[in-house]
Design a protein around this ligand. Structure first.
Ligand SMILES: Nc1ncnc2c1ncn2[C@@H]1O[C@H](COP(=O)(O)OP(=O)(O)OP(=O)(O)O)[C@@H](O)[C@H]1O
Ligand SMILES: [Mg+2]
Length: 424
């Protein structure tokens, strides 16, 4: 191939080529370079590259200098600098890309002395690749956005399903509870009333017996008295007289406990018909803290965050009071001295958010799904009825609110309540 033919090949190459000397004077451009420019230039050869492309002069100079000094090629990738030379794309893929995306190579041309005499700048049109790449990136971002939305929807569905299961479970337990409460209420009523009557009879019998014994011991023959003492001794009458009042008292206490449980169950099954009114939640929190002051004092410090304005909403005051007590007492029971009982309350648009958290023992993950069930308790027999949180749940339902519990073993538990600020 002779020189003329070789130059023709270079002229027709589908990539722009421009050769410059050490002073950055252009000594050669091929037609792809010259013709591709969007600026009007009648003649490029003999002109200074940095003057013609003044906007990119600093960048070009740095690249060109590095090639002259280091004698190594240098490269500019479209993603860092998409449009080094103002050229129109020869293959726009979409109508959007009018400017050419370019990869630019700066290649040393070594002369016979072994020095870099010239630098050849080769401009490759990568508009198609860049456009494809950008479309893929946009698609990927869109997919990621969709995926995120789907995940959020999935989480919301999961929460809704959990709440539905919980309320279904509660509804059926509620029916059962109402039935049981009703059935127990009658027998426990007459057992208690009979015990009270028995208590009265027993008092009279014991007093009569003591009087009888006094009279006999004063008036009767000694042989008769000895016989009676023998009968008393054999039947342990003295002990019975001492023990009887205690037995009856304990039984009465037992029936009182059963009565409380039955009332709790009734409240859970059908919260009473207490009237609704504007309830000042900030004030209720304040008074709950005062009432529980003695309990709190030895157990925890309190951290209360309330907004300046009072939080007022439409509710049943005693149910809300009970909700605060039950949750706060549970928190106190869960803590070793000295823990922290935190109460936070505030508005979030049309919602009222209330959180009650402690730094207590936490709840076993397996127990979390059961804490609102009536009679679920981890406390010792006689210590807890397991009705506190089921009452709380019933109140939340009745107020069309929500309750969410998060807990970490050994770290603490947080009850988050959401109530509607505009329920009325
Ligand atoms: N803040 C808390 N930290 C750790 N465990 C808790 C907390 N709140 C509730 N629990 C667990 O949930 C169970 C049920 O609570 P709930 O208030 O219904 O009943 P209880 O406190 O056991 O008895 P009661 O409230 O009727 O006296 C508790 O026994 C306890 O295991
Ligand atoms: Mg409790």
């Amino acid at each position: 191939m002779d020189e003329v033919e070789f130059e023709r090949v270079i002229q027709q190459m589908p990539m722009g080529a421009c050769i410059i000397n050490e002073q950055c004077i252009i000594t050669f451009t091929n037609s792809a370079f010259f013709g591709g420019l969007t600026t009007r230039n009648d003649h490029l050869t003999g002109q200074n590259l940095l003057t013609i492309f003044a906007e990119q002069a600093r960048f070009l100079k740095r690249k060109i200098d590095s090639v002259f000094v280091l004698k190594n090629p240098s490269f500019s990738y479209w993603q860092q600098r998409p449009h080094v030379f103002p050229m129109r794309s020869t293959r726009p893929i979409t109508g959007d890309e009018s400017q050419m995306y370019q990869n630019v190579q700066f290649m040393p041309i070594i002369n016979h002395n072994g020095d870099v005499g010239h630098v050849c700048i080769v401009v490759t049109d990568v508009t198609a690749e860049a456009s494809y790449f950008m479309q893929q990136t946009a698609l990927k971002n869109e997919l990621e956005r969709d995926h995120k939305k789907l995940k959020q929807l999935h989480d919301e569905l999961k929460t809704a399903q959990k709440q539905m299961l919980q309320s279904e479970k509660m509804a059926s337990i509620g029916q059962l509870a109402a039935g049981v409460a009703h059935e127990i209420n009658n027998p426990i009523g007459f057992v208690r009333s009979n015990l009270e009557t028995l208590n009265d009879y027993m008092d009279k019998l014991i007093k009569t017996n003591e009087t009888q014994k006094k009279i006999i011991s004063k008036q009767a023959e000694p042989r008769f008295i000895a016989l009676l003492d023998d009968v008393y001794e054999k039947n342990g009458i003295a002990f019975i007289c001492e023990d009887l009042p205690e037995l009856v008292e304990e039984s009465l206490e037992g029936t009182e406990r059963v009565r409380k449980i039955v009332n709790g169950l009734r409240d859970f099954a059908s919260p009473d018909n207490e009237t609704w009114c504007e309830v000042n939640l900030s004030a209720e929190i304040g008074s709950a803290l005062i009432v529980l002051e003695n309990e709190i004092k030895y157990k925890a410090t309190t951290a209360v965050t309330l907004p300046e304005e009072d939080i007022v909403f439409w509710a049943k005051p005693s149910a809300i009071r009970q909700l605060l007590f039950n949750t706060m007492i549970n928190a106190l029971h869960a803590m070793q001295p000295m823990g922290v009982l935190s109460i936070e309350c505030g508005y979030n648009n049309k919602d009222i958010l209330l959180s009650i958290s402690d730094t207590g023992c936490g709840i076993e993950p397996d127990d979390l799904a059961r804490i609102f069930d009536p009679f679920f308790t981890t406390k010792d027999v006689g210590k807890g009825t397991g009705l506190g949180l089921s009452e709380v749940y019933a109140t939340v339902q009745e107020h069309q609110g929500e309750v969410n519990v998060t807990s970490e073993l050994g770290k603490g538990t947080c009850f988050e309540f959401t109530f509607k600020a505009d329920l009325r």
